[in-house]
Design a protein around this ligand. Structure first.
Ligand code: ZN
Length: 264
């Protein structure tokens, strides 16, 4: 069996037991083990890895390990410093779309608020989540590292944070998510793109105060909830902007297509 030396960098150490964290260690790998299998056997999901060096050369996940190899494994941000080396994953997904596991319902709503297509249903099993992520080319967001080790999965993101806004901040930083005011908002309940609707069409469903104070409305084509930029929307906007490091006290906040206030 090949004896291989590993060193994991930065937050990848969170997946390792203390005695292997932030230091080099030796492992007897399975015969014919490739990089991906060896890394996952140590508890690190391959979706969290951005760059692997074997004896100083960047390699792909399928690279076969040999006796005496030295393997350095980097997460995304650390990998920036060692460009233009080959990365294990050659192409980003064309559109940034997500599927969130059962623990990430509030994060899913924040992403929909920002206009990101995000599937979420708390009844999906790991197998269903992975199958949908692969079939629809979505990034799997999960707090379950076992789900990220599924062979078919190419794009996933492990969320370490407990708090949904902190999860959003971490995700935005990791994927360099943009907040595009031109991107249409989505229904936070069912992920459909919101469509502008004339006030006259929804006026009979509004409370008098809402009718008096707002002129712009949007409607979900699926569940028919009506949205406007009320106080709930403003609060959500401020929370999301703060999490993403946008906006400053005393300055106008960036305007985005709304979702947030709605009729239940
Ligand atoms: Zn809806």
């Amino acid at each position: 069996m090949p004896a291989v030396e590993f060193r994991f960098y930065e937050e990848l150490n969170d997946f390792l037991p203390r005695e292997r964290s932030k230091r080099s260690f030796h492992v007897d790998c399975a015969r014919d083990a490739n990089v991906k299998h060896a890394i996952e056997a140590l508890g690190v999901p391959h979706t969290e890895v951005e760059l692997v060096l074997v004896n100083g050369e960047s390699v792909g996940f399928e690279h076969a390990l040999r006796d005496g190899d030295r393997v350095s494994v980097y997460p995304q941000f650390e990998a920036f410093d060692v460009r233009p080396l080959l990365r294990v994953r050659t192409a980003p997904l064309r559109d940034t779309r997500f599927i969130a596991d059962a623990h990430l319902g509030r994060l899913a709503r924040y992403l929909r608020f920002l206009g990101y297509d995000t599937l979420y249903r708390n009844a999906w099993s790991d197998r269903e989540l992975v199958a949908l992520a692969v079939a629809e080319q979505r990034i799997l967001l999960t707090r379950d590292r076992a789900a990220l080790m599924h062979r078919a999965l190419t794009h996933g993101c492990y969320l370490r944070e407990d708090e949904p806004l902190a999860q959003l901040a971490a995700l935005a930083q990791r994927l360099d998510l943009s907040v595009d005011p031109a991107r249409a908002g989505r229904c936070t309940m069912c992920n459909e793109l919101l469509a502008a609707v004339a006030k006259s069409e929804v006026a009979d469903r509004l409370l008098p105060a809402t009718r008096a104070q707002h002129e712009q409305f949007w409607r979900c084509p699926s569940c028919e909830r009506v949205y406007w930029r009320g106080s709930h929307w403003q609060r959500l906007r401020r929370s999301v902007d703060a999490a993403l490091g946008l906006g400053a006290p005393g300055r106008p906040k960036p305007r985005a297509v709304p979702s947030g206030d709605r009729l239940r």
